[in-house]
Design a protein around this ligand. Sequence first.
Ligand SMILES: Clc1ccc(Cc2nnn[n-]2)cc1
Ligand SMILES: [Zn+2]
Length: 251
Amino acid sequence: MRPDQWHKNYPFAKGRHQSPIEINNKEVHYDSSLLPWFASYDPGAAKTILNNGKTCRVVFDDSFDRSVLRGGPLPGVYRLRQLHFHWGSSDDHGSEHVVNGVRYAGELHLLHWNPKYSNYLDAKRRTDGIAVLAIFLQVGETPKAEMKRILEEINAIKTKGKNAPFPNFDPSILFPKSHDYWTYHGSVTTPPCEECVTWIILREPIIVSSDQMAKLRSLSKNAENEPDHPLVDNWRPTQPRYFRMISYPER
Ligand SMILES: Clc1ccc(Cc2nnn[n-]2)cc1
Ligand SMILES: [Zn+2]
């Protein structure tokens, strides 16, 4: 279903706190109360990599505070549940958030939930339930070697429903040098679009190669025995910001 039709079945999609949004330098605010953020991830928590027909996702053991994100705008620790990507049909677009008019080739999301709620689904019903750490993918000549591990597995999960073991992986190896970020309150970017997400968006992109983006585009939306439809353009267009502040900490 087209994103501008989602609201017919999912009323949240027409809310006042939807994601993604445009981030423009003239509209962001310095907030001296914002802290640095920290990720403490256990590589042993990594379990599986899968193609769910919408994206490539790596899932982690979130049965206790094993891999957590803390600090920044967050009131406490949030448990890492999964990471996934959004990308385009060519290198000139694919990210969900847009920075000063710039669309990146893709966007990596690390999705965490607030363990003060009994489980992930309950957390999705709460305004402080989810935290997504977003990292832009920029195409360049010197790709980040650590992306290779994920892209090497793509061949094993070509079609919807396929998955493969993905042990011993610490996603913080994918982080850029700078931890500078913007933060705002928004939503999950796919239906039901619940407005439960504290976004932490890193200012510095990670560099991937055009071949690595092509690898992501070699995934298929369909299951093995169905006609082939490339899995591309799994990003939601930017939504109205309305009266939301985008903040950033001391730099
Ligand atoms: Cl696996 C997955 C989970 C959520 C979304 C949508 C999303 N919401 N916030 N960030 N991504 C896309 C794919
Ligand atoms: Zn996402």
